[in-house]
Each structure stands twice: as structure tokens, then as C-alpha cells.
Design a protein around this ligand. Structure first.
Ligand code: HEC
Ligand code: HEC
Length: 422
């Protein structure tokens, strides 16, 4: 009996010792001053006010945001009456859709990014081919795989709907008189719509474009309301910089803290995922595999060229900015090192928005971390990230840290559903 007890005790203590030796490395008791400063720089408390958008006079108008909200959820703005912005950017999924590649009228070539906190970015789309949120908003309406509706039909839809027409006119003045023939016209549409557009007098094209741009400006005003909420990580970061940081280790566990240390240290994630939104809003080649059956994407190399050509850019006729205010566009880098580079996405709420990357190529966070650890050779140009040589347990820790970055939005509830449902 006594022997059995002894063996039992030995076995249990042996197991306990084994478990102890397998524990992940304990977190640093005391962060260095440099680490403390870096952690503080990632806290949501240090998120500055939204940058002004001089190209959009309506950017911070609540009335325009309400009009934008009407448009955002309206499936009437599509050729089959079934697609709205919210089809792909869904409020209950952090404004993504959970799919590898987005599906509107048809499947498209890219993964749907989150819109939360996006208004801080000077560039839009994975390749940054739009230089404002209002110019971006016009493109999905006319893309054949998304809403697939031409700009003349969009304006006719507004004109024929008393609520939309009334709201538009309060904000922007009278809608232009629309030609009754052709029915459909757009420089971006199918061959017939393009031919019809070419036949319109240029003054008519201009008034149509400017009313169309006003819809984009309202959609942008709406999206500026979508702000990330405070996460456990933010509470931890703020507690560290508080006078009495005792509660800090209660907020993140040892594994998560070890992950944070890798994120700002050996993992080098903060080189690109920095600031309170965990993005530098810049473009990098990270060696992500191409999507199946596609040529490798030229990324930002093509994106900046497209942004310069866009009639709706900051320097164009429909922008409210003066040329001096368009610094981002005028001084953007367009060098060869941008081949295959894509925009660094925010990591806020990242655990809730799989799959990942511009083509939805990676399914899980742990796989993303593994991708960085391996740093595979890029098919085009070169991968900027270098192999990390982290151990399996460290990959897990990094993943646990990324999971602390999720929280409900800091946006008032009434913005998160169609206005009619209020
Ligand atoms: C069919 C799905 C779909 C619909 C509908 C759709 N989007 Fe998107 N959205 C996407 C995808 C996919 C991308 C990324 C495309 C790319 O980068 O080439 C994107 C990109 C964006 C971006 C840029 C994101 C970034 O990180 O730069 C914004 C802003 C945006 N959409 C807003 C809208 C608005 C506003 C509407 C409605 C007018 C809309 N989208 C309709 C799928 C969709
Ligand atoms: C050289 C800049 C750079 C570095 C370093 C970097 N990232 Fe990224 N990250 C990016 C870019 C760019 C993308 C988008 C790539 C694409 O889609 O082609 C991205 C995408 C991601 C995504 C997917 C997000 C989404 O919504 O699709 C995650 C998660 C991520 N990175 C985490 C990390 C972690 C963790 C580290 C450190 C181990 C790290 N990143 C290091 C630039 C970087």
C-alpha cells in the first residue's frame, strides 16, 4: 500500500516536473524602456483623430454619412438587385466576408479586406490603385464581378427613388438632368455602355461624373464611422504605462506576453505592422503565393500607375482638394521594388477575419506565422521578410498574441445595420 502511494507520488511529481520544463519561456518581468515605448506606440489610446480628407468636402458630415449608409446597404445599386457593399463587407464580420475570394455577380480575383479603421490609410485596395476612400467606392459599383451597374443607371436609380433623391439634393443640390437615351452608359462598362458613353457630349459626361463622385464621397463619409474598439492588448499596454502597472500580467497571460515580445522583437512584425492600427499603410512584398491559376500580381507597381491615371484622383476634376494638398499622390514612390508589393493590412480583429492575404491564400493565423518563419522566395521580385528561425512554441505564442487584438467596434450600433432596420 505504502509502496503504491510512493510510486503514485513519484509519478505525479515527475509529470509535474515534465510539464514545468515544457512550459513556454516566462515573459519578461520588466520590459526595457525601448520595448515599453514600442508597446505604448501600438495602443489604441494613441490613435490620432481621423486625418482630414481635403479631396472630400463631405468627409466629416454626419448627413453625408447617413446618406452613405443608405447607399452602402442598398442592393438596388446592382444589375441583379441583389448585391450591396454589405454583401462582401458585412458588419457582423468586421466588414469582411469570410471567403477566400469575394463573390458579387461573379467570383473576383481578390480577398475582401476589412473596412474597420481603414480611413486612416492614404491608399485603397491591396495594390493601392485608389488614393481616396471616395474614389475607391465608385469602382465596385461598376466592376462586372461586383455590383455590375453603370454610372448612368446608378444616377437614374437615385433620381427615381424619392428618399434617395431628396437626401442627395439636400446635400449636393439638384441632380443633373439625365439623358433618357442611352439607358446605360459608362467608360468602364461593357462595349455597348462604353460606346454609349463616348457619344454623350463632354459637358453631360462631366455632370454625370460629378454626381457619381458625390455618391462616393457619401459612402466614404459613412465608412469613416467604422472604428476599432479597445482590446485586451490595449488595456495591457495602457496599464504598463500607468503609474501603477501591477495589473498588467492579469490582462495578458504568459503565452500572450511572450508572443508580444516576439512581435516587437525577433519576429520583426513591427517593421510593417506598427502604430495603433498595426499597419504602416505601406506596400511590401512578403512572398505570398499567387492565387491558383493567376499570374503573380504586380501589386503596387501597377497600383500607383493606375492611381495616377484615375480621373477621380486627388488631382482630378472631381476632387475638392487643391494640387498642393495632394502630396501623397504627387510624391508617391513608383520604383521597381514595388513589384509584387501589397498593402500591409491592419491586424486589429485579425483572429476574427480569416482567411488571409490579398488572395485569401492562407486559412489560419498559425499558418500565416509559419509563412513568415519560412519566408519563401517570392515568384516576382524579392521577399522583404527574412526567415525567422523561431521554434514551434514561439509560433504558437505569436499566434496567441495576435488573438488578443479582437474587440467589438467602437462605432455606435445604429451605423452597423441598414438604416431601415433602425
Ligand atoms: C463582391 C464583393 C464586394 C463588394 C460588393 C464590394 N467590395 Fe469592397 N472590396 C472587395 C474586395 C475583394 C476588395 C479588394 C480588391 C482589391 O484590392 O483589388 C475590396 C476593397 C475595398 C476597399 C479598399 C480596402 C483596402 O484595404 O484598401 C474599400 C474601401 C471597399 N472595398 C469598400 C467598398 C464599398 C464602399 C462597396 C460598395 C460600393 C464595396 N466595397 C463593394 C469586395 C467587395
Ligand atoms: C515587410 C513587411 C511585413 C512584415 C515584416 C510582416 N508583415 Fe504581415 N503583412 C504584410 C503585408 C504586405 C501583408 C499582406 C500581404 C499580401 O496579401 O500579399 C501582411 C499580412 C499579414 C497578415 C494577414 C492579415 C490579413 O488580414 O490578411 C497577418 C496575420 C500578418 N501579416 C502578421 C504578421 C506577423 C505576425 C509578422 C511577424 C512575424 C508580420 N506580419 C510581419 C507586411 C509585413
Amino acid at each position: 500500500m505504502k509502496l503504491k502511494l510512493l510510486v503514485g507520488i513519484l509519478a505525479i511529481s515527475g509529470l509535474a516536473m515534465l510539464a514545468w520544463s515544457w512550459r513556454p519561456a516566462p515573459p519578461p518581468e520588466v520590459w526595457s524602456p525601448a520595448e515599453l515605448a514600442l508597446i505604448d506606440s501600438l495602443s489604441l489610446s494613441n490613435l490620432p483623430p481621423l486625418p482630414v480628407d481635403p479631396s472630400n468636402q463631405m468627409a466629416d458630415s454626419d448627413a453625408a454619412a447617413k446618406f452613405g449608409q443608405l447607399l452602402y446597404f442598398d442592393t438596388g445599386l446592382s444589375s441583379n438587385g441583389a448585391v450591396s457593399c454589405a454583401t462582401c463587407h458585412q458588419p457582423d464580420q468586421y466588414f469582411t466576408d469570410g471567403l477566400p475570394l469575394a463573390v458579387g455577380l461573379e467570383a473576383g480575383p481578390r480577398h475582401t479586406p476589412s473596412l474597420v479603421g481603414l480611413s486612416y490609410s492614404p491608399w485603397y485596395y491591396w495594390d493601392g490603385r485608389k488614393d481616396s476612400q471616395w474614389a475607391q467606392a465608385l469602382a465596385p459599383l461598376e466592376a462586372s464581378h461586383e455590383h455590375n451597374i453603370d454610372r448612368l443607371s446608378v444616377l437614374r436609380y437615385i433620381a427615381n427613388n424619392a428618399e434617395l433623391r431628396g437626401t442627395y439634393q439636400q446635400l449636393f443640390g439638384a441632380l443633373p438632368d439625365l439623358p433618357t437615351n442611352p439607358i446605360q452608359a459608362s467608360p468602364k462598362g461593357n462595349a455597348e455602355q462604353q460606346a454609349a458613353w463616348q457619344k454623350l457630349p463632354s459637358a453631360t459626361q462631366t455632370v454625370i461624373n460629378s454626381a457619381f463622385a458625390n455618391l462616393g464621397k457619401s459612402l466614404a463619409a459613412y465608412q469613416r464611422k467604422l472604428r476599432p474598439g479597445r482590446t485586451r492588448f490595449d488595456d495591457y499596454a495602457d496599464s504598463l504605462s500607468a503609474e501603477n502597472p501591477k495589473t498588467a500580467s492579469d490582462l495578458l497571460n504568459a503565452e500572450e506576453i511572450a508572443g508580444l515580445q516576439l512581435f516587437i522583437g525577433k519576429g520583426q512584425c513591427v517593421n510593417c505592422h506598427n502604430g495603433p492600427l498595426l499597419t504602416n499603410n505601406d506596400f511590401h512584398n512578403t512572398g505570398v503565393l499567387t492565387t491558383l491559376g493567376e499570374l503573380p500580381s504586380m501589386g503596387r507597381y501597377d497600383g500607383i500607375r493606375a492611381a495616377r491615371q484615375d480621373p477621380f484622383n486627388c488631382l482630378g476634376d472631381y476632387s475638392d482638394a487643391s494640387a498642393e494638398q495632394c502630396l501623397e499622390l504627387r510624391f508617391a514612390n513608383d520604383k521597381n521594388d514595388l513589384v509584387g508589393a501589397h498593402k500591409t493590412p491592419t491586424l486589429r480583429n485579425v483572429a476574427a477575419t480569416p482567411p488571409y492575404m490579398h488572395g485569401g491564400q492562407i486559412n489560419e493565423l498559425l499558418e500565416v506565422v509559419r509563412h513568415y518563419n519560412d519566408a519563401p522566395t517570392s515568384m516576382l521580385s524579392h521577399n522583404e521578410a527574412k526567415p525567422l528561425e523561431l521554434r514551434e512554441v514561439q509560433l504558437q505564442q505569436l499566434t496567441r498574441f495576435l488573438e488578443t487584438l479582437t474587440a467589438p467596434l467602437a462605432t455606435e450600433e445604429h451605423w452597423l445595420r441598414p438604416p431601415s432596420a433602425q
